[in-house]
Design a protein around this ligand. Structure first.
Ligand code: SAH
Length: 222
């Protein structure tokens, strides 16, 4: 497919899937209209990259639906000066969006193969303010903390204590909480010592693994 057709598919995606569903932040709409989502999916799936759903990216993982990427990004309320942590790099697409909207992005992926691929795509786009780390993101990424915004892109049993500790005062944490069959997108805001919690919408993500993630038997049974 020609580059120009990807561009028009991307325009349609922003208009029909994102603007029409009430995402109004101009910076998010602009960035999602610019970042080439098709380079983050496997070559044989590029033509589906702008469709209204998630797609497989290997290692049993998925790139999230465009609308969900836009929604989670908008819930972080980024102004441009934040240090952001993403847990679950996957394809690297969400990290690319964040890199355009924040100062620095640290993203952690548990599968080395996915981390490596994402890292090379982000470099290809010349995004110098994102660092991809291989490790167990359920522990956060202490070395670069605190973060003004944290995004977890896999379903967690709960907002774990190490993550909460790495969230700065005034910071926002967005994550899906729940198991295989029931998950809710949740936003926490830290205001001084006070923590507020908002339930946003029901969602369907792959499981967060690692120390504070799901074990297989729990994931399917809870
Ligand atoms: N944000 C991604 C989609 C992520 S899918 C994108 O834009 O494409 C969720 C990802 O979380 C998967 O790649 C999975 O391997 C990863 N993951 C699961 N548990 C993890 C953990 N404990 N630490 C880091 N990454 C994890």
């Amino acid at each position: 497919m020609k580059l120009t057709s990807f561009e028009s598919l991307r325009e349609q995606m922003v208009l029909l899937q994102i603007m029409n569903r009430s995402i109004k932040d101009e910076r998010i709409l602009e960035v999602m209209g610019e970042v080439p989502r098709h380079i983050f999916v496997p070559p044989d799936m590029q033509e589906m990259a702008y469709e209204d759903g998630p797609l497989p990216i290997g290692c049993g993982q998925t790139i999230s639906q465009p609308y969900i990427v836009a929604l989670m990004t908008s819930l972080l309320e980024l102004k441009g000066d934040e240090n952001v942590l993403e847990i679950g790099t996957g394809s690297g697409y969400q990290a690319a969006i964040l890199a355009h909207l924040a100062k620095t992005v640290h993203t952690v992926e548990i599968h080395p193969e996915l981390a490596e691929r994402a890292s090379s795509k982000l470099a290809e786009l010349g995004l110098m303010n994102v660092q991809v780390h291989v490790g167990d993101g359920s522990l956060g990424w202490q070395a670069a903390a605190p973060y003004q915004a944290i995004l977890i892109t896999a379903a967690a049993p709960a907002a774990a204590e190490p993550i909460m500790r790495q969230l700065d005062r005034g910071g926002r944490l967005v994550l899906p909480i729940g198991s295989r069959y029931r998950q809710e997108l949740v936003r926490y805001k830290r205001d001084g010592d006070k923590l507020t919690q908002e339930d946003i919408i029901p969602v369907a993500f792959v499981p967060l693994r690692g120390q504070h993630g799901w074990r297989d038997d729990e994931w399917f049974e809870t």
